[in-house]
Design a protein around this ligand. Structure first.
Ligand code: FES
Length: 148
């Protein structure tokens, strides 16, 4: 991992302003920002580890523990909530045996609840990776999950 990190850091020349793109690139490569990665990034960026962590933790896009291969996001915004989003979330939790914010033991899925995807006309909505699945039902959720 340090070699890969050094390559990424070299691309950005250790500039402070490049911290976000470096974090994005490292997360893109390893799936999350490990303690070791944060420590290396801090060195390359000439910042303290707590500064790097402070910046990264400000953004919801960064993760600090290993994620599942697929991310399942269940919308619980108003439109989705009214149309049964909670039941969909319960079914996904049961089906994957994982809580919201968690990752399955086999690291296949991570589960998140989201406030609104901006696709309210399709409510209730579940997004798996980049695939938007609208007008979700409990039965459909089960079927779609089995395809991943
Ligand atoms: S409330 Fe679910 S997409 Fe808007």
């Amino acid at each position: 991992m340090p070699d890969e990190l050094a390559k990424i850091a070299a691309e950005y020349g250790g500039e402070k302003g490049a911290l976000i793109p470096v974090l994005q690139k490292v997360q893109g490569k390893f799936g999350y920002l490990s303690k070791e990665a944060i420590s290396q990034i801090a060195k390359f960026s000439r910042m303290s580890e707590s500064e790097v962590f402070g910046v990264a933790s400000f953004y919801a896009q960064f993760y600090f523990s290993r994620r599942g291969q697929h991310t399942v996001k269940v919308c619980l915004g108003t439109a989705c909530h009214v149309r049964g989003g909670e039941r969909i979330l319960d079914e996904v939790k049961r089906e994957l045996d994982v809580e919201s914010g968690g990752t399955t033991k086999d690291y296949k899925f991570s589960l998140e609840r989201v406030a609104c995807f901006g696709s309210c006309a399709l409510a209730p909505v579940v997004v798996i990776d980049k695939d938007v699945h609208g007008r979700m039902t409990v039965a459909k959720a089960k079927e779609i999950l089995s395809e991943y």
